[in-house]
Design a protein around this ligand. Sequence first.
Ligand code: SF4
Length: 320
Amino acid sequence: MSTNTKKSKTLYWLQAGGCSGDSMSILNMESPDLFSQLASLDIDVLWHPSLSTISAVEHDNMIQDLLSGNQKLDILCVEGNVVMGPDETGMFDTFRGKPKKDLINELSKIAHYVVAVGTCASFGGFGSHEGDEMGGIGLQQHHDKKGGYLGDDFTAKSGAKVINLPGCPIHPKALEFVLNMISRDLPIDLDKNATPTAYYAKTVHQGCTRNEHHEYRVEDNVFGEEGCMFFHLGCKGPTTHASCNTYLWNDVNSKTRAGVPCFGCTDVHFPHPNPFFETQTIAGTPMFLPEGVDRAYYLAYKDMAAAAAPDRLKTKKEEE
Ligand code: SF4
């Protein structure tokens, strides 16, 4: 894919401890598609494991050129977590017989920007919880703790911290936004988890077509209805920061619009140990309420709202 020119930004995509789901997701980028987007931003993809066709020898030479400074590296995208197992050796995930974590460290030091693509790269994700032999760790954050593999003091050559783009998988729009900003040398505003506010400030709840049902506590108890899935079916939309209901997937739909609860896949602790399709409750009400809400007021309001629910919502649900 290399069409290197002097003004191009170069991008190297490193696949670490993950399932390649993020790569599959960005291949579904639409309007524009991935290749048109990269071309319009003049981004030169030096290497992507699913897209590049150069030989292993050419790939090795490229890495040498990168590490020696003969080839500049503007954007390092890491997909998947940094594998530390077994016993901190990193030998569960290797490149040419050496732990891949060493290559991640070396490339991070020479890149102008380091982008953690997906929840595993951002916060650890799958294989990162206590007792997981894989020993996965996020690039610069482990769950809610700063530092991760590279350490809290790490900055890329541009001076920027690792940019986290969580999601399991990542929403193509989040990557599209970051590539746009970097290619234009524009600053990216990040929140406390180093995720771009432009994409992650909103919650999944905002824009869900079931909001009116949530408002009046018209609840779904089984799948296939049109009520809100927050109270029984495990929906984490009100506590999950992502724009799935603002920028629809494939410009068509989202999980909650299609009747599947939000699993909270951008959350720092994802995957959560509790069942995905069940709401954890305290005395019959959800354990985790929408952010910033007072429990006592919320419960009082929801009881009153349920009593005031319009017939058209209740009737529609009863007819299903
Ligand atoms: S289904 Fe989930 S995202 Fe939709 S309104 Fe209910 S809680 Fe919010």
